[in-house]
Design a protein around this ligand. Structure first.
Ligand SMILES: C[S@@+](CC[C@H](N)C(=O)[O-])C[C@H]1O[C@@H](n2cnc3c(N)ncnc32)[C@H](O)[C@@H]1O
Length: 212
């Protein structure tokens, strides 16, 4: 696993398989905060689904200053979860990260603010079938790019995600590609611009307005 320092000082990984970095090189932690956590708005006690968990930055930033979050992470590569153990993180999130470092051994951890993170290892396309319907308040959707992983951005996967979200729940993703937004719309989402961070184009927020 190769690690690269991004412009905000936090590290990202580089995937040899997909030949892509895990985060924007303009700032990995900044991306997690701006495009996902801040863009969606998190409240104590929420149920959060972190699809394509990776180094878990979206989840760990969500737990900062929040209590009793119940986070489910979907990931298919145990090596990236093992890499969390010795990951160098900015001082600002070092304390939150302490409990988090045990994820590879335990797959479920609870931090000092009673936030729970539970990992489901395996193909997210299949893991989504095991999750309860109309359950999650917020979803971080963070696969590799549509060009590298088209199967992760299909109408089918967005329909599955839509089904496990509560009415009024929101999803964040970095892509604003027209075809991806169309797949989200076809799955039922109301699609809106999210913040532009580290580039000119916006990210995307999907709102579940009604049950199918
Ligand atoms: C762009 S990275 C995500 C970065 C991550 N959110 C973070 O904060 O580090 C994509 C992640 O999705 C995982 N992944 C790719 N395909 C998957 C699949 N079919 N099911 C579950 N996880 C998958 C990869 O192993 C990788 O960790």
């Amino acid at each position: 696993m190769k690690f690269v320092r991004t412009k905000d000082g936090s590290f990202t990984a580089f995937s040899k398989k997909y030949k892509e970095h895990y985060h924007s090189l303009s700032g990995a932690i900044e991306e997690a905060f701006e495009k996902h956590v801040n863009a969606l708005g998190i409240e104590d006690g929420m149920q959060i689904l972190d699809i394509c968990f990776g180094l878990g930055y979206n989840s760990i930033i969500a737990t900062k200053k929040h209590k009793k979050l119940q986070i489910v992470g979907l990931e298919n590569d145990i090596e990236i979860i093992k890499a969390i153990k010795n990951l160098t993180v900015p001082k600002g999130i070092e304390s939150e990260f302490t409990t988090f470092r045990d994820l590879a051994e335990k797959l479920e951890i609870t931090d000092t603010n009673n936030n729970t993170i539970k990992l489901i290892m395996g193909d997210a396309l299949l893991s989504l079938n095991q999750l309860p319907k109309e359950y999650f308040d917020r979803v971080f959707f963070d696969p590799f790019s549509p060009k590298k992983q088209p199967e992760m951005w299909s109408k089918e996967i967005f329909r599955k995600v839509y089904n496990v979200m509560k009415q009024g729940a929101k999803l964040s993703t970095y892509s604003c590609a027209k075809s991806i937004r169309q797949n989200m719309t076809d799955a039922g989402f109301k699609v809106m611009d999210g913040p532009a961070v580290g580039r000119k184009s916006p990210s995307t927020i999907g709102l579940k307005t009604h049950n199918p």
